[in-house]
Design a protein around this ligand. Structure first.
Ligand code: C5P
Length: 222
């Protein structure tokens, strides 16, 4: 069994991908399976933490011992995360949150023909991660973001870390069958302190454990 180094800690993890309604039966979504977030939740439970898993549209079994809160859209995720983060020691945003949503969601199914839209107008979603860091719930909260980049991973990662204001940004290299929907993951964890830790290719559980190692090292000692 894992060392209970997160015992007494409360962590919030997001997982999956949000769905943004176009009409009652259609949505804009993404290919996130939720596996990385579920692995983060399961490993945190194994290390003794109290875990709230905010899950968006993941077709996976609930991790034993975690409290699972299901959400659909980015705005639903925002509401739950903001409600749950208050007394959390760490918030790990592993979900793929849609940056945009349709400006309006039709009340009935869009039919072919007359009301067939030529374009779907998009509006920006709230950036939950940036919101968490803009007004922190408390000084010692560790806030972690995930990013998927296809090229210039370090450069784009550093810029995103600064933009989001988080303590750690775990940058996955995606494309060519990597990461999304696969069992394995490979990443570099960039710290606001300038650190960069390579996380070698391996199961998502191993990556999750490395993330909790880095989070654990940043938690307030009391
Ligand atoms: O900007 P990008 O989508 O690449 O950022 C990824 C990180 O930001 C992830 O941690 C994701 O959960 C978070 N995010 C968010 N709210 C958004 C978009 C992304 O919290 N609207």
């Amino acid at each position: 069994a894992a060392e209970p180094d997160l015992a007494g800690r409360r962590v919030v993890v997001t997982a999956g991908g949000t769905r943004e309604a176009v009409d009652p039966v259609r949505f804009l979504g993404n290919r996130s399976s939720g596996r990385q977030g579920y692995a983060l939740a399961a490993t945190a439970v194994a290390r003794g933490a109290n875990v709230v898993l905010v899950s968006a549209n993941a077709d996976l079994a609930d991790p034993a011992g975690a409290e699972v809160r299901r959400v659909g859209s980015a705005r639903e995720m925002r509401d739950v995360v903001l409600a749950e983060r208050a007394n959390a020691d760490a918030v790990v945003m592993a979900a793929a949150v849609a940056d945009f949503r349709p400006a309006t969601s039709a009340e009935s199914k869009i039919k072919k023909g007359a009301d067939q839209p030529a374009t779907i107008e998009l509006v920006e979603n709230p950036d939950i991660l940036a919101e968490l860091t803009r007004e922190r719930a408390h000084d010692h909260q560790v806030i972690v973001g995930f990013a998927a980049e296809t090229d210039n991973v370090l450069e784009h990662g550093r810029a995103k870390l600064a933009r989001k204001g988080c303590d750690l940004l775990v940058v996955n290299q995606v494309g060519e069958g990597r990461a999304f929907g696969t069992e394995d993951n490979q990443a570099v964890a960039l710290g606001a302190d300038g650190s960069a830790v390579d996380i070698p290719h391996g199961p998502k559980e191993d990556l999750a454990d490395r993330v909790w190692d880095l989070v654990g090292g940043r938690l307030a000692v009391d």
